[in-house]
Design a protein around this ligand. Structure first.
Ligand SMILES: Cc1cc2nc3c(=O)[nH]c(=O)nc-3n(C[C@H](O)[C@H](O)[C@H](O)COP(=O)(O)O)c2cc1C
Length: 279
């Protein structure tokens, strides 16, 4: 039974959100507003037929120029999955999820089409990289929403790119194909929780870009998030950054981002066919 938008918006943003008028009541929108990532799953199997249905929905996503530059690798082989999961011991859900998919950006296929049709072209520039990444991301999110519509839980996995060479070797990825993210899939073992989002004032710009109110918006958001779920006892790297008196989302994310992820990804791409230049 769907709740009210007012409750769902409060759950999502930690505050009352005035939409400013009447809106249609739609079950899909209710579900989207309360969606959440799940990292623990029950033993109940997910039939292959269901996974195929979700993949069909995933590949129904929009695609830049109809180039269709996303691919999915469905990792069913236990040995390969274990090898992959062993690279990321901090994320046991990678090995434990009933289903594991990898959403791939696949600029290679468009080049193959060119070769097949006698019109060789090079799809290794930034444009090809970017378009294929967007296609894969759209397919990923469409798969997530389709799965959630059936009561399944999912967790995207971008840490794959932190060990890109080993992952590419395990999955036998050719040049010009790379993982945008994995996706764990299964029946949720718990209810999970709604992750609060920044207020629309911080993320939506009207007519022109204006982030002059960012600090105020983030301060309020930090406080709302903290009052629902405090992370003050989980401060990152206190030896490096000290112990903050108030430890909110923005402090946590600033500390997290101070150690960038994905080292070696650009070099790996360049060693595997991408120039990332102008076309
Ligand atoms: C592209 C992408 C990559 C992600 N990678 C990981 C990951 O490697 N491991 C993980 O546990 N969660 C991962 N997540 C899940 C996010 O942490 C999660 O979406 C975020 O905390 C917001 O929570 P929510 O989806 O429940 O709203 C990823 C999400 C996205 C969209």
């Amino acid at each position: 039974m769907a709740g009210s938008y007012a409750d769902e918006l409060r759950a999502r943003f930690g505050m009352d959100v005035d939409l400013g008028g009447e809106v249609p009541d739609d079950p899909w929108l209710h579900r989207a507003l309360i969606r959440r990532t799940h990292r623990r799953y029950g033993d109940r199997p997910v039939p292959d037929s269901l996974v195929r249905l979700l993949l069909a929905a995933a590949f129904s996503a929009s695609s830049k120029s109809d180039f269709q530059q996303a691919s999915v690798l469905w990792l069913k082989d236990r040995d390969r999955r274990d090898r992959l999961a062993s690279l990321f011991p901090d994320m046991p859900w990678i090995g434990a999820a009933p289903v594991f998919l990898v959403f791939l950006a696949d600029p290679r296929r468009l080049e193959r089409l060119g070769a097949l049709r006698g019109k060789k072209q090079d799809n290794s520039a930034l444009e090809g990289f970017f378009n294929a990444t967007v296609d894969a991301a759209l397919a990923l999110q469409t798969c997530i929403l389709a799965a959630e519509a059936l009561g399944l839980g999912t967790c995207p996995i971008s840490v794959l790119r932190n060990r890109i060479a080993e992952v590419a070797e395990i999955l036998e990825l050719p040049d010009k194909v790379f993982p945008v993210a994995g996706l764990c899939l299964g029946w949720p073992a718990a209810q999970g929780f709604i992750s609060m989002r920044l207020p629309l004032e911080a993320t939506v710009h009207l007519d022109r870009y204006d982030d002059s109110g960012l600090e105020e918006a983030v301060d309020g958001y930090d406080r709302r998030r903290d009052s629902r779920h405090s992370i003050k006892d989980r401060q990152r790297e206190p030896g490096r950054f000290g112990v903050a008196e108030f430890y909110g989302w923005s402090e946590d994310k600033a500390r997290q981002a101070a150690t960038p992820e994905g080292a070696g990804f650009a070099a790996w791409l360049k060693a595997h066919g991408f120039t990332l230049d102008e076309p």
